[in-house]
Design a protein around this ligand. Structure first.
Ligand code: DGL
Length: 259
């Protein structure tokens, strides 16, 4: 079998924050991108439906891209469907989970925040991570689904709305001791600067992208060399995505055929 690209999958443009980390960690590797923008956002969808949908889209995208490995660059999908994906697909699958462990290691005050989609903040997977790695910390979990659309707009070239950012972050600031915030949705690092500006005081912002890139380099060992822009796939035609994808090294998106 010939080596293919590493396929990065998300509901929308959030996976581009992980693609950027992959390019830094594996500069010569070919990447492909797939997003289920027809069903964005995932964060408020019903679990059983979401598992079926994620399997269908990832199966189609893996076949279309002929990839060597799949990076599920979406916390909402990974905290729900990683086992099912690994059972179904023949390529190695790397997932994304909120950076609870590094946050617990770095927080001096032992109080940090988790900013993610409503699905991710309440998933048993996330609660188990907190219990296993941050049992001695207070973890303020904040559902911030509105930031997903702010990040989508940002990639389409629009400025994020500072008022929407401030409102989404507000529950984090109730305790002045909170010193670290986990960006538990891959869309949120795309807003990193705007979030830091909207915060009333400096805190440490942590995301999982560099760790995912390092893990991918260990797990996906046979990868094609990058030659020109990587292929990209969408589930709904949207011309606003083209320029944003191009900035991250991806070609004009093609519509993914789903069964
Ligand atoms: N980027 C996805 C994540 O990491 C979620 C966005 C959505 O709600 O679709 O959780």
């Amino acid at each position: 079998m010939t080596a293919g690209p590493i396929l990065v999958f998300d509901s929308g443009v959030g996976g581009l924050s992980v693609a950027a980390a992959l390019r830094r960690c594996l500069p010569g590797a070919a990447l492909a991108y797939a997003c289920d923008n027809a069903m964005l956002p995932y964060g408020r969808r019903e679990d059983a439906w979401l598992v079926r949908r994620i399997l269908a889209v990832c199966e189609a995208a893996v076949a279309a891209s002929r990839c060597s490995g799949l990076v599920v660059a979406c916390n909402t999908a990974s905290t729900l469907a990683l086992d099912a994906l690994r059972e179904r697909l023949r390529v190695p699958v790397v997932g994304t989970v909120p950076a609870i462990k590094p946050a617990a290691a770095l927080s001096r005050s032992r109080h940090f925040g988790l900013l993610a989609t409503s699905a991710t903040v309440s998933r048993p997977y996330t609660l188990r991570l907190i219990e296993a790695f941050a049992a001695d910390c207070i973890v303020t979990r904040v559902a911030a689904d509105s930031l997903v659309s702010e990040a989508e707009r940002r990639l389409a070239g629009e400025a994020p709305d500072p008022e929407a950012l401030r409102a989404a972050l507000a529950p984090l600031w109730e305790d002045p001791d909170l010193d670290t915030v986990v960006l538990g949705c891959t869309h949120f690092p795309l807003l990193h600067e705007a979030l830091a500006t909207a915060a009333p005081r400096p805190v440490r912002w942590i995301d999982s992208s560099e760790a995912i890139a390092r893990r991918t380099a260990q797990v996906v060992t046979e990868v094609a060399t990058q030659q020109g822009p990587g292929a990209s796939f969408v589930t709904a035609a949207d011309p606003r995505l083209t320029a944003g994808l191009a900035r991250y090294g991806f070609a004009e998106p093609r519509l993914l055929a789903l069964d």
